[in-house]
Design a protein around this ligand. Structure first.
Ligand code: TYM
Length: 324
C-alpha cells in the first residue's frame, strides 16, 4: 500500500522550478495511482512563517496556492489537499534525534524546520515523497527520525522513500549556476505559473545563454542553453506529440536554430502548456462561491483523520494510552 505525500510553501504563485521539480509529478502520480494509493498534498503554511511577511500576504498566498494546485490538475476528490496548520499534529519530540539535527548545520531560526517537515511526513505514513533535489537532505532526516523512533519503540513509523523528479533542479534564468528560487531578488530569474505569454517571452528573451552558435545540451559548458533545453524537455514530456526522448535528442532537433528562434520555441512550449492552467486559475481565484473554502474544509477533515491513525499508534507504542 502506497501513500504519496508532499508539500509546498505558500509564498506566492509557484515558479517553473516548483512545477517541473514537484507539482507536475504530483499530478502525474495522482492520475497514474492505483485505486488503493493514498495521496496527500500539503500547503505548508507553518513552514512559511520563517519568512517575514505581513498577515494579508500570508492569507492571500494560501488561497493562491490552493487555487494553483486545483488549476494544475489536483483533484480534491482523489488527493487530500490540505493546509498544514489546519490539521493537528503532535509527534513526540523524542522522534527527533538531536545529534542528527546539529549535523544539518542550520541557522538557529530554521532549526525546527526539518523536524516539522519530518513530523508531517511521518504523521501521514508517507511511503513516497515526490520532491526536487533541494529536499533530499530533509527527507534523509525524516527517514532517520522514523528509524530512531522505531528502534526505541518498535516498528511504528514508516521511513519514507524520496521520489526525485526527473526535472530535479531547474536553474535560474539570469544566473544558471543557481537554482530557480522564489527568494531570488530578480523577478526575471523565474517564470511564474500565472505569467502571461508576453511576460514569459520577455523573461526567456532575457535569459542568460552564451555566444556559441546553435543549440546543444552541455550542462557544464552551456548551463544557460541547457537549462532552457531542460525546461522545454520537461514541460513537453507529458504531451503526446513529443518525439525527443532525451535532452540530447531535443537539442539535436533544434541544433540549427538561432538563439532568438530557439528562445521563441521555448516560449511557445511553456506558454502552450501553462495557458489552460492560467485560465483555470483565473476562474478559480475569481470564483464568487465557496469553492476554495469547500475544498479546504474537505482537506482539513481528511488530513485530520489520517493523522489520528498515526497518533493512535504512536500513543500506544510510547505507552501514553493508559486505560483509565
Ligand atoms: P518549496 O516550497 O521550497 O518547494 C516546493 C517543491 O519545489 C521543488 N523545487 C524545485 N525543483 C526543481 N528545481 C527548482 N529550482 C526547484 N525549486 C523548488 C522543491 O524541491 C519542492 O519539492 N520544505 C519544502 C516543503 C515541505 C515538504 C514537506 C516537502 C514541507 N513539508 C514534506 C515534502 C514533504 C519546501 O520548502 O519546498
Amino acid at each position: 500500500l502506497q501513500t504519496i505525500f508532499s508539500g509546498i510553501q505558500p509564498t506566492g504563485v509557484p515558479h517553473l522550478g516548483n512545477y517541473l521539480g514537484a507539482l507536475q509529478q504530483w499530478v502525474k502520480l495522482q492520475n497514474g495511482a492505483a485505486p488503493d494509493t493514498t495521496l496527500l498534498y500539503s500547503i505548508v503554511d507553518l513552514h512559511a512563517i520563517t519568512v517575514r511577511e505581513n498577515l494579508a500576504h500570508r492569507r492571500r498566498w494560501k488561497r493562491e496556492m490552493l487555487a494553483t494546485l486545483l488549476a494544475i490538475g489536483l483533484d480534491p476528490n482523489r488527493s487530500i489537499v490540505y493546509c498544514q496548520s489546519e490539521s493537528k499534529l503532535g509527534l513526540p519530540d523524542n522522534a527527533d534525534p538531536l545529534d542528527e539535527l546539529s549535523t544539518m548545520k542550520l541557522k538557529a531560526g530554521l532549526f525546527n524546520y526539518p523536524v516539522l517537515q519530518a513530523a508531517d511526513i511521518l504523521l501521514h505514513r508517507a511511503t513516497h515523497v515526490p520532491v526536487g533535489q533541494d529536499q533530499q537532505q530533509h527527507l534523509e532526516f525524516a527517514r532517520r527520525c522514523a528509524n530512531s523512533f522505531n528502534s526505541h519503540y518498535g516498528r511504528t513509523l514508516i521511513p519514507p522513500q524520496t521520489l526525485l523528479s526527473p526535472a530535479k533542479r531547474i536553474m535560474s534564468l539570469d544566473r544558471p549556476s543557481l537554482k530557480m528560487s522564489k527568494s531570488h531578488a530578480n523577478p526575471s530569474s523565474r517564470i511564474l505559473l500565472t505569467d502571461s505569454k508576453s511576460a514569459i517571452a520577455k523573461k526567456i528573451r532575457a535569459a542568460v545563454t552564451d555566444s556559441t552558435s546553435g543549440v546543444s545540451y552541455d550542462t557544464i559548458n552551456r548551463p544557460g542553453v541547457s537549462n532552457l533545453v531542460d525546461i522545454m524537455f520537461h514541460i513537453t514530456s507529458s504531451e503526446s506529440d513529443t518525439v525527443a526522448t532525451t535532452q540530447h535528442d531535443l537539442a539535436h532537433d533544434l541544433q540549427d536554430l538561432s538563439m532568438r528562434a530557439f528562445k521563441e520555441r521555448v516560449t511557445d512550449a511553456i506558454d502552450s502548456h501553462l495557458a489552460p492552467m492560467r485560465d483555470r486559475y483565473e476562474a478559480i481565484i475569481t470564483d464568487r462561491g465557496s469553492l476554495l473554502a469547500d475544498v479546504a474544509a474537505v482537506g482539513r477533515e481528511k488530513a485530520t483523520a489520517s493523522a489520528a491513525v498515526t497518533m493512535e499508534r504512536v500513543r500506544e507504542a510510547v505507552g501514553l494510552d493508559t486505560p483509565w
